[in-house]
Design a protein around this ligand. Structure first.
Ligand code: PMP
Length: 395
């Protein structure tokens, strides 16, 4: 029997995050759910001036179609920022994307046949699973510890005969856990990719939001065989509404991703690309990133200080060196989704993202992701204190 929809729609289901975003719109609820950057940190005035200037001209540059791979100047600017981060690359290696989310979708279409095995951290970024699911893969879930993805376990699986097509990782300030993959594990991962011939998708939108500790070399910088596709984004360092991200890959892969980009949406917004290019030319984005980082560090400290002093025994959490999230583990048997809907929403007016949604295969209920990026200190303290009081009653 034929059905109306293509087979690939089997894996396309509404996510729990949608429901959470509804809570985000309710002003009486404090949401630690969505990983939204703090909108007061967007460089609105600078962008306002830039957009006004771009639109006061004849429109040939900023309102016309441009290359599907992205505005050449912006590609060069990104390539030189990436080179400064240790990735040897040129314009031909950079593709401008509609956010890095688009890169995950295009990479899935480039690489995954139905039934192919895709390895991910467990837990992993939900948006990646949503993108991959349209290509009907099977998942190999690799657990994490405080050094990130456990490459030893991956190696055991590979030795046992599991053949993976690609591995998806968020090595810097991982979403949802905030954990950073150690240098030794990065080296091991590259060695395994070379030995067992798989592609690595290195998704690193939080990389530049490191507020403490030394940065760790990217996987892409260790890639000698053209098997790593790196994804970056302006969402967390400028503004997500611009919808601009990028990939860095071999010229061959970049060209193929570019063909898929052409099929998907022709190109990113010329106006937005021109604006970001002008922003990078006129302003020191690194100074802006410093400002952002100082704010997120403070917000993290605010959240974790309430957690440390007020939360009851039996809960543990990560203390990330960057990014926007902390990941909490509750006692076995405690269902963070159930508790949220039955108690936290009605009694404390607080929401978060229950951990179960982030697991690609076997879901685990006793975890939760808290984002500290969106609110000011007062709301963070209010929400977390109300939650602590509630937890004391129920744990
Ligand atoms: N990857 C990860 C790990 C993310 O957390 C996000 C945003 N939440 C994205 C990709 C997508 O970001 P964007 O499309 O806004 O660049």
């Amino acid at each position: 029997m034929t059905t109306r929809y293509a087979d690939r729609m089997e894996g396309v289901k509404p996510s729990a995050i949608r429901q959470l975003l509804q809570y985000g719109a309710d002003p009486t609820i404090i949401s630690f759910g969505g990983g939204y950057p703090d909108s007061s940190l967007f460089p609105a005035k600078a962008l306002q001036d830039i957009f006004a200037e771009l639109l006061s001209g004849p429109g040939e540059v900023s309102l016309q179609y441009t290359h599907s791979t992205g505005m050449p100047k912006l590609r060069q600017q990104i390539a030189s920022r990436m080179a400064a981060d240790g990735i040897a690359c040129g314009e031909e290696n950079v593709l401008i994307l509609q956010g890095s989310q688009q890169g995950l979708d295009l990479a899935a279409r480039l690489l995954i046949n139905p039934g192919d095995l895709v390895a991910t951290e467990a837990p992993t970024f939900l948006g990646a699973l949503i993108a991959f699911n349209t290509c009907q893969p099977n998942y190999l879930a690799i657990p994490m510890d405080e050094q990130g993805l456990m490459t030893g376990i991956l190696e055991e699986q590979l030795k046992a005969g599991k053949r993976i097509k690609l591995l998806y990782t968020v090595p810097d300030f991982h979403n949802p856990t905030g954990i950073t993959l150690s240098l030794a594990r990065r080296r091991h991962l590259i060695q395994l990719a070379n030995q067992y011939d798989f592609i690595i998708l290195e998704d690193s939108p939080y990389r530049e939001v490191r507020y403490q500790g030394e940065k760790v070399a990217t996987l892409k910088s260790m890639d000698t065989e053209g098997r790593v596709i790196y994804f970056g984004s302006f969402s967390k360092i400028l503004a997500p509404g611009l919808r601009l991200g990028w990939s860095v890959a071999s010229a061959e892969i970049t060209e193929k991703l570019g063909l898929l980009k052409l099929a998907a949406d022709t190109q990113c917004s010329t106006l937005n690309m021109a604006a970001v290019s002008m922003y990078l030319e006129r302003h020191n984005i690194d100074d802006h990133i410093q400002t952002i980082k100082a704010q997120y560090l403070r917000k993290k400290e605010t959240m974790l200080s309430v957690v440390r002093s007020e939360f009851p025994q039996g809960i543990s959490w990560t203390d990330p060196d960057g990014g926007l999230f902390t990941w909490m583990e509750f006692p076995e048997g405690f269902d963070t989704a159930k508790f949220m809907l039955e108690h936290a929403v009605p009694e404390a007016k607080v929401v978060w993202v229950p951990g179960a949604t982030f697991f690609p295969t076997v879901q685990r209920d006793n975890f939760a992701r808290f984002s500290y990026s969106t609110h000011g200190d007062e709301k963070i303290i209010k929400g977390m204190t109300a939650l602590a009081d509630l937890l004391k009653k129920h744990l």
